[in-house]
Design a protein around this ligand. Structure first.
Ligand code: ZN
Length: 149
């Protein structure tokens, strides 16, 4: 039995982990509420259920492919938007993260009123919350852009 045989059996059987050869075809017949049990002709399955399984498997592959194509198209369309948004987020982080005055002497000791006011603004809850939100957005966008970044 191959992996393909198992994939096919999985399309029609309820479970395959406890299958034994003497059970025969493991396909579940819902209307009869029992296992098929006919002799295995193709892999694990009887001919009839093999045909059903192949059809379901091909449908499954087609659905997966369609989903993948839609996802890729969406991603391709979104990438420039994500990159532009990330640049904006990073610029705002950079701007908010600037020390008020680069000269440390100016912020130590007696501080000019205008500098103290700017420092207070930097430490405000609103700014802290905004920075947390910006970093969360940065993380999210970086993850979305992923390997293409
Ligand atoms: Zn069968």
């Amino acid at each position: 039995m191959t992996a393909k045989d198992l994939s096919l059996a999985d399309q029609v059987a309820l479970r395959m982990d406890n299958w034994k050869p003497e059970q025969g075809c493991p396909a579940w017949i819902e209307s009869a509420d029992r296992q098929c049990g006919k002799p295995n002709k193709e892999g694990y399955l009887c001919m009839r259920h093999h045909t059903v399984a192949v059809r379901r498997y091909e449908d499954h592959l087609l659905r997966e492919r369609t989903k993948r194509e839609l996802r890729e198209a969406w991603r391709e369309k979104s990438l420039p938007l994500w990159r532009a948004e990330l640049a904006k987020v990073d610029a705002e982080i950079e701007r908010r993260d600037q020390p008020v005055v680069r000269d440390r002497a100016a912020v130590g000791g007696v501080v000019h009123r205008s500098i103290r006011k700017k420092q207070a603004a930097l430490m405000s809850d609103t700014n802290v919350r905004r920075m947390a939100a910006l970093w969360a957005k940065h993380e999210e966008l970086t993850k979305l852009i992923g390997a293409d970044a």
